[in-house]
Design a binder for this molecule. Structure first.
Ligand code: GDP
Length: 139
């Protein structure tokens, strides 16, 4: 399973801007199948746990604050080569460096408020999927 899934979150900036539908449309047009999806507001504690791997980075506090500032859409996506293909679809972390047509180029406003999350490895995809979803929720 791990080689075919990735975990995404539509971040609070994109939800506030009314881009849930646009982003899901790009995701489906990119050939990804939604295996699980959940709309909810992460508490600071939950967002802090999700980003624990970044705890030592200078922007950790800002990131946790931002990710708990409003609701998100978390989803498990399935496709062959899901992790790498999804990172191609979303573009670089900094929207100024994101290739034209990518989700971050279209909908992100800054390196911090960059519209979407995408797992960076198969191992993290599996961990992140199980962070948000029980196995029974992944269809
Ligand atoms: P990603 O894998 O492309 O999401 O990038 P990283 O793993 O490097 O960073 C995780 C998340 O932290 C990014 O998606 C941004 O939301 C945030 N982030 C990264 N760099 C910065 C920064 O310099 N400042 C702020 N405020 N947030 C950042």
């Amino acid at each position: 399973m791990a080689t075919n899934i990735t975990l995404t979150m539509i971040k609070p900036d994109a939800v506030r801007a009314g881009n849930i539908g646009n982003i899901l449309k790009d995701i489906e047009a990119g050939g990804f199948r939604i295996k699980a999806m959940r709309y909810y507001h992460m508490s600071k504690t939950v967002a802090g746990r999700f980003y624990e791997v970044h705890a030592e980075r200078p922007f950790y506090g800002e990131l946790v604050e931002f990710m708990s500032s409003g609701p998100i859409v978390a989803a498990v996506l399935e496709k062959e080569n899901a992790v790498a293909d999804f990172r191609t679809l979303i573009g670089a972390t900094n929207p100024k460096e994101a290739a034209p047509g990518t989700i971050r180029a279209k909908y992100a406003t800054s390196i911090g408020e960059n519209a979407v999350h995408g797992s960076d490895s198969d191992e993290n995809a599996a961990l992140e999927a199980s962070f948000h979803f029980a196995s029974r929720d992944m269809i």
